[in-house]
Design a protein around this ligand. Structure first.
Ligand code: PMV
Length: 347
């Protein structure tokens, strides 16, 4: 057992242990568990870890979840019998069985190893309700749904904050996918990582719209995990990032509270471009943009010059997520054609 695995396992036991003292937390009470969680888009981003084993971020972040787009997961536990030919986990993604050497499968079963009761295998059926062509990262909703399925399977009845801690271990941004609406992921200070979780923000903003501009929906050339670590290790500009990101986060929180759309849009766009600047100043360079990404940004800037309040944000990929208010919907749809529009507080 590696040191990293032991540290992660200790963390898991700290999280679930406080809830159920003197109880065997990894004894399943049911055969099957079920979980469903939305994708989220960061308005001020998480980029860079201060602890790669516990997935502790360098800075806090704020997101908005997209209802109806996400992951639904069912976990089944099977005891290994003496005559089981292959006591291994099996994974189905959108109805298709994955081979054990598939990277998605390896990452998932490595995570589940932390929760495995002795002599049991997991069967995982996971469905992304994100249309495959949406160009949205599904690891956030994926690990949040998986942790909800574990909570159901083991009947831990953990509060969302603790589920957020566990989801964070699978994928940092998953910590924010336990909630609908806005969420804040606190960076935390403690080395044990128990204070780095997400919480919901109560504000509802029915007029707020998110437009998905799909440039390319293929798998990205470099994962966010590798990308952010290379940035932390080789990018001199990155030194400025954590302080800027924390400042942006406060400005976004204020904008949400006051429903100040200009402040929200400007800060989110500036924050996303600053994150991409650190990626580009990494060696070897990380450039997720494609020519169509830049063309879409230019359309946004052109619309703004014409007085239409629209801003964008981008994650570790070439697709843009537009931010605007309901009144601008016709102008945006005219400029961007078939863009899918989501109203997180209305859908
Ligand atoms: O959760 P990860 O490890 O896939 O990283 C997500 C990083 C960004 O999407 C670029 C930013 C964010 O805060 O979601």
């Amino acid at each position: 057992m590696s040191d990293s695995f032991q540290r992660q396992q200790r963390f898991v036991h700290q999280v679930i242990g406080h809830q159920l003292p003197n109880h065997n937390k990894l004894a399943p009470l049911k055969r099957q568990g079920h979980g469903i969680a939305p994708v989220n888009i960061a308005l001020s981003k998480y980029w860079g870890k201060r602890d790669t084993i516990l997935n502790l971020p360098m800075n806090g972040s704020v997101s908005i979840s997209l209802p109806g787009l996400g992951t639904e997961t069912t976990l089944t536990l099977t005891p290994i019998s003496e005559n089981s030919p292959h006591p291994i986990d099996s994974v189905q993604l959108n109805g298709e069985s994955l081979s054990d050497d598939n990277p998605f499968c390896i990452r998932l079963t490595d995570f589940l190893e932390l929760f495995r009761p002795e002599n049991h295998t997991f069967t995982i059926h996971t469905h992304n309700t994100v249309p495959t062509a949406a160009g949205l990262a599904s690891s956030a909703s994926g690990y949040a749904a998986l942790v909800l399925a574990l909570n159901d399977l083991f009947q831990w009845q953990l509060p969302p904050q603790k589920l957020s801690l566990l989801a964070r271990l699978g994928s940092g941004s998953a910590s924010r996918s336990l909630y609908s609406g806005f969420a804040i992921w606190h960076k935390g200070e403690q080395p044990d990582g128990l204070d780095s979780y997400a919480e919901p923000i109560a504000t509802q903003w029915p007029e707020l719209c998110i437009g998905l501009v799909k440039v390319d929906v293929q798998q990205k050339p470099i994962s966010s995990t590798t990308g952010m670590q290379n940035t932390v290790n080789t990018c001199d500009l990155y030194q400025a990032w954590p302080a800027q990101a924390e400042k942006n986060m406060q400005t976004i929180l204020e904008a949400i509270e006051q429903k100040n759309f200009e402040q929200l849009g400007q800060t989110a766009e500036h924050n996303a471009l600053s994150m991409h600047a650190t990626m580009m100043a990494t060696w070897p360079p990380i450039v997720y943009w494609q020519p169509e990404s830049l063309a879409a940004m230019q359309t946004v800037w052109h619309l703004r010059k014409q007085g239409i309040a629209v801003y964008f944000t981008m994650d570790a990929g070439p697709n843009l997520k537009l931010l605007f208010l309901e009144t601008q919907k016709p102008a945006i749809q005219q400029a961007f054609g078939e863009t899918e529009v989501i109203q997180p507080f209305k859908s």
